[in-house]
Write a protein that binds this ligand. Structure first.
Ligand code: CA
Ligand code: CA
Length: 172
């Protein structure tokens, strides 16, 4: 990967987290993401699944701030994201996965409309509503291992998400 591609990927990952597009990642972006997912699947914020999603979003934000908000101003700038989050994600994807797990677990439960487990289609719907370009959503989810009924386990989704977020720098 050359440096232009690296910059493009980092910008895309940053945009994924900067849901309201104001140039930094903060708690509000995680709330926006939670609300978007709930609206897409017609689940209310007051429901158990809605409450779990907001709690997961808050935990994810706290974890993100813990690894990336270097100056502690409750905002993660693009520079902090690149030097903090993206690098740490790459060096320690398991740690990142644990930070994201409650949120992803809750997203899966919201998107799992028949209660039988996550599917690639459900994952793509979530990614689309969070602003991921269609071809990227398909690319990330298409090759995921699933059971005979097309159901994808939470661990597989978590690993795919961590892999998507961690970007290898050209000089790494
Ligand atoms: Ca933002
Ligand atoms: Ca900061």
């Amino acid at each position: 990967m050359d440096s232009a591609e690296y910059e493009r990927k980092i910008a895309a990952r940053f945009a994924t987290f900067d849901q309201d597009g104001n140039g930094y990642i903060d708690r509000e972006d995680f709330s926006v993401a939670a609300r978007s997912v709930l609206a897409e699947f017609g689940v209310t914020a007051r429901s158990d699944r809605g409450q779990a999603l907001f709690a997961g979003a808050e935990a994810f934000w706290q974890g993100m701030a813990g690894i990336a908000d270097v100056d502690g101003d409750q905002r993660v700038t693009r520079e902090e994201f690149v030097t903090g989050a993206a690098k740490r994600l790459r060096d320690n994807p398991e740690r990142f996965a644990e930070i994201a797990r409650p949120f992803l677990h809750a997203v899966i439960s919201v998107a799992d409309e028949d209660g039988r487990g996550a599917t690639a289609q459900g994952a793509q719907r979530v990614m689309r509503v969070l602003g991921t370009p269609e071809e990227v959503a398909v690319q990330v989810t298409a090759g995921l291992p699933a059971d005979a009924a097309g159901r994808i386990s939470e661990d597989v989704i978590l690993a795919a998400f961590a892999g998507y977020c961690g970007v290898q720098a050209p000089d790494a």
